[in-house]
Design a protein around this ligand. Structure first.
Ligand code: NAP
Length: 249
């Protein structure tokens, strides 16, 4: 556990998967959470986070749309008063070999995974600069470091996100703001559960490739984010923390 009591966080792409788990772990550690997602659905994610005893509000927003992000961040700041933590988690995949990859598949992945993080970082910057404090945590991927076939768009977006993290860390270094990335490896999600049901051999192969011989859980990623968001990590900036069972070692 870390102490995030009284802190306010924005987590993008947070109605499900890793983003929801990050929101829950931040809340368990005392932070209030603004959940941003392209669609809020039945808002059950907001209720799940609220049930942990913090304030949680949902905002529908496409992170790749600068005007929408600007409006929503204004509203979040009006509702929460202050933001301490921004987690750029929203991300998509559109995998295929480069020979078959459509231009739109390349553009949309770069737009959301990389440009979306840039847009949200720009939107929070004036607030962080005024307060001379703040945390930015970008959710990258092992596939931005060690690549596999069929992910030219995704790997480029996540490698770009790592570059953005390091560069932004330098830009903000004199302003009391830290910028770090978490790079998950193979994490157990609805997608991997489906793959396990359809093709148990594929999951067996993934596990064999991982030094710790097991897939990670969204909670493993969330704990790394909570640590980087906490005062315990105040001297850490421009780093990429792998949560990958040793795959990136
Ligand atoms: P996920 O379950 O697909 O969740 C992603 C969330 O982002 C969804 O709620 C999605 O909304 C939302 N989103 C998509 N486009 C958006 C946009 N334009 N604006 C705002 N929100 C948007 O994915 P995940 O597996 O939890 O992954 C979360 C992050 O971790 C991603 O950045 C991913 O690249 C990274 N990661 C995941 C793994 C893994 O094994 N799962 C490994 C390494 C890195 P919709 O549901 O409406 O599409």
């Amino acid at each position: 556990m870390v102490n995030l009591k009284g802190k306010n966080a924005i987590v993008t792409g947070a109605t499900r998967g890793i983003g929801l788990e990050i929101s829950k772990v931040l809340a368990e550690n005392g932070a209030n959470v603004a959940i941003l997602d392209v669609q809020l659905g039945d808002e059950s994610s907001i209720k799940e986070v609220e049930a942990l005893g913090v304030t949680c509000k949902g905002y529908a927003c496409d992170v790749s749309n600068p005007e929408a992000v600007s409006e929503v961040f204004k509203q979040v700041l009006a509702d929460f008063g202050k933001i301490d933590i921004l987690v750029n988690n929203a991300g998509i995949t559109r995998d295929s070999l480069i020979f078959r990859m459509k231009q739109d598949d390349f553009d949309s992945v770069l737009n959301i995974n990389l440009r979306g993080a840039f847009i949200c970082t720009k939107a929070i910057s004036p607030h962080y600069l005024r307060n001379r404090s703040g945390r930015i945590i970008n959710i990258a991927s092992i596939n931005g470091i060690r690549c596999q076939a069929g992910q030219a768009n995704y790997a480029a977006s996540k490698a770009g996100l790592i570059g953005l993290t390091k560069s932004n860390a330098m830009d903000f270094a004199k302003c009391g703001v830290t910028v770090n990335a978490v790079a998950p490896g193979f994490i157990r999600t609805a997608m991997t559960d489906k793959l396990a049901a359809e093709n148990p051999d594929a999951i067996k192969k993934y596990k064999e490739a991982i030094p710790l011989q097991e897939l990670g859980n969204p909670r493993d990623v969330a704990h790394a984010v909570a640590f980087l968001a906490s005062d315990a990590a105040s001297y850490i900036t421009g780093q990429v923390l792998g949560v990958d069972g040793g795959l990136g070692a």
